[in-house]
Design a protein around this ligand. Structure first.
Ligand code: HEC
Length: 178
């Protein structure tokens, strides 16, 4: 009789130990998983902050303008008006971008080519105005200190960083059980 009780007792103990082991293993897996998410998020936050720190640089804005000339602009909300890409060839896009930069006080390393202002007035001036000011708000003002697309991108990056930081905080809190 004693032996049976003793054996049952041992079985209960072993079952308890096994269950605890299973729980610990599960917890370890969850922790590992959430940590790898945290690490990925941290890397993303680093990349986004780096992009944010470069957003007002001449190189970044130049790249943006070239991209608009080549591929157009659709998201700035100009009363149903969009800009198609390809008003200038991609070779001329770089040349024109160096001139457009000067309208907001930025300069390419070698300034701009002699014929760039003529390209701008003949291809872009019809909408943006020969002075680049956008014909009284009808089209984007290219003399703004910060172009609208750059402002939009800046807001997007800030929101994304905040979201990822919030996600990380949530994971850390969960991991620590509060
Ligand atoms: C037919 C009219 C038209 C022509 C021609 C045109 N654009 Fe535009 N452009 C627009 C409109 C409209 C937008 C805004 C579209 C939107 O809502 O995203 C725009 C947007 C832009 C932007 C973004 C402005 C910002 O604040 O972010 C740049 C830069 C730009 N254009 C440069 C040029 C250049 C350089 C040329 C000549 C190669 C050119 N555009 C030719 C109508 C034009």
């Amino acid at each position: 009789m004693h032996r049976i009780i003793f054996t049952l007792f041992i079985i209960v103990i072993l079952y308890g130990v096994y269950n605890n082991y299973k729980k610990a293993k599960l917890h370890e897996n969850i922790s590992k998983k959430s940590c790898s998410i945290c690490q990925k998020n941290t890397q993303k936050i680093y990349d986004l902050k780096k992009e944010l720190s470069e957003i007002e640089s001449t190189a970044y804005v130049k790249k943006y303008i070239i991209n608009v000339i080549n591929h157009g602009s659709h998201d700035l909300g100009f009363k149903g008006k969009i800009m198609e890409g390809g008003y200038a060839s991609s070779d001329d896009a770089e040349k024109i971008a160096c001139y457009v930069l000067t309208l907001s006080g930025k300069f390419c390393k070698n300034g701009y080519e002699k014929d760039a202002p003529m390209f701008f007035t003949s291809i872009c001036g019809g909408c943006h105005g020969d002075d680049g000011k956008g014909l009284g708000g009808t089209y984007p003002d290219l003399t703004r200190k910060k172009l609208l697309g750059i402002e939009q991108k800046e807001n997007f990056l800030r929101t994304k960083i905040k979201f990822l930081e919030h996600e990380n905080l949530k994971h850390i809190k969960e991991k620590n059980g509060y």
